[in-house]
Design a protein around this ligand. Structure first.
Ligand code: PMT
Length: 402
């Protein structure tokens, strides 16, 4: 990401590495970023707010109640206008507060209010970094979609040598430039994503389902939210944590998913159907547990409604994207579905082989659009594939507008 023109909120908390945040502010400003520094009270014991004010050429915030502009509420204004939040250095205390939803100062209130991607660069004593509470809190933040810039190993101000030293400002900037998918190019867009399997009830103890973990759909929802979209995730049963900034509607059956999607559909701009929806459900569901008997058992199945096809018939302005899980002739089957269901694009993934598909953390996708584009997205983490899919969707939507 090019940092020029980006609004970056830099949160500085109270550790000796706060001095490195001065160089960071200066380098980010030289890159053309508009840097707004928020300091904790303890950070101001190490470095004067005036230093950051001079380096960023912006007011520095230390107190939630010090409202510099009466027409705005400072922490909400900063939270909304940030393209990116960087916490450097981040103490164990700040990590703990954020992981537990504590908002008791200017920095933590702004952090809870922002929907911008947050990059956390920890710095602390080596034993603090290894403490189970700190590890648990970092895991929680990671699950919520916060990004970590790992501390370096080396000489620490406390005299120990080990992991805990704040990454150098040049490296932090390089990581942001390489890693941040934080272009807020979906701001103002409503995106609906479906994810996970459906469960089709047979009796009170049994149901039909499939192998979908929901990882692909959740990665899409998280990536779209990172890029500024207002995201609704209609999710079948999964074990996954809710990505930050995403609204989730939980469903079980294909019929539940159909109703949830139809209710939300009209005001969406982009709809991506990554869920693995059952094509069939039991024609009859039993109120009490089916008892086993000698011989076989036949359960009659009936078709579920094809949600994607229904949306294809109903769509007006929406950009509609399907997924196709195929075991063979993936492109031909995918293109068939794209045309039959009146989609704008379809992401074909081959299931049942290494490198992607159900359950895997990675996926490999061929993005097909209605104009005949066929773009191969080689195997990568589902979050990365999600961002590449969004890149293609945005390109196609821009082309449609011309
Ligand atoms: O969840 P993961 O473990 O991460 O795995 C990801 C995935 C493999 C499930 C995902 O990448 C994927 O391919 N999802 C679609 C799987 C699927 O149901 O494919 P399909 O070819 O059967 O259906 C085609 C499209 O029609 C899909 O967009 C599906 O959501 C939709 N559909 C299908 C049936 C139905 N009744 N209604 C639908 O809307």
């Amino acid at each position: 990401m090019n940092l020029a023109g980006k609004t970056i909120c830099l949160g500085v908390s109270g550790g000796i590495a706060a001095y490195k945040a001065c160089a960071l502010t200066s380098k980010l400003t030289q890159k053309g970023a508009d840097v707004h520094v928020i300091m904790t009270k303890h950070a101001a014991e190490f470095v004067s707010p005036l230093t950051f004010q001079a380096l960023s050429r912006n007011p520095v915030y230390t107190d939630t109640f010090d409202e510099k502009h009466p027409e705005k509420i400072a922490h909400i204004d900063l939270a909304d206008k940030a393209d990116l939040f960087l916490l450097a250095p981040t103490t164990a205390n700040l990590i703990g507060k954020l992981a537990n939803g504590i908002a008791d100062d200017m920095l933590t209130t702004t952090l809870l209010a922002t929907e911008a991607p947050v990059y956390i660069a920890p710095a602390m004593n080596v034993h603090m970094y290894a403490h189970p509470a700190v590890i648990r809190n970092m895991q929680q933040l990671d699950d919520w979609g916060y990004h970590f810039i790992e501390p370096e190993a080396g000489y620490l101000a406390c005299g120990y040598v080990g992991k805990g030293r704040l990454e150098e400002p040049e490296s932090i900037i390089r990581i942001l430039e390489q890693r941040a998918e934080s272009v807020r190019d979906l701001t103002g867009q409503h995106v609906l994503v479906t994810a996970g399997p459906t469960q089709e009830t047979v009796d009170p103890v049994r149901f039909f389902t499939n192998h979908s973990s929901g990882k692909m759909g959740y990665a899409l929802a998280e990536a779209a939210a990172d890029r500024g979209a207002d995201v609704t995730l209609v999710s079948g049963p999964t074990q996954l944590p809710l990505p930050r900034g995403v609204k989730r509607i939980d469903v079980k059956s294909a019929e539940d998913m159909l109703q949830a999607v139809l209710t939300a559909f009209d005001h969406q701009d982009i709809v991506i159907k990554a869920a693995a929806v059952a094509d069939y459900r039991p024609a009859q569901t039993f109120d009490s547990k089916l008892k086993k008997k000698d011989g076989g058992l036949t359960i009659e199945l009936e078709r579920t409604t094809d949600i994607l096809q229904t949306l294809g018939q109903r769509k007006q302005h929406q950009f509609l994207v399907g997924f196709a899980a195929e075991t063979n002739d993936a492109v031909a089957y995918g293109r068939g579905k794209l045309e039959r269901k009146r989609l704008d694009a379809i992401c074909v993934n081959t299931v049942g082989q290494a490198g992607g598909g159900f359950q895997s953390d990675n996926n490999e996708v061929i993005y097909l659009n209605k104009e005949g584009k066929e773009k191969h997205l080689p195997s990568a983490a589902k979050k990365q594939i999600a961002n590449q899919i969004l890149d293609e969707i945005i390109l196609d939507m821009e082309a449609d507008r011309k």
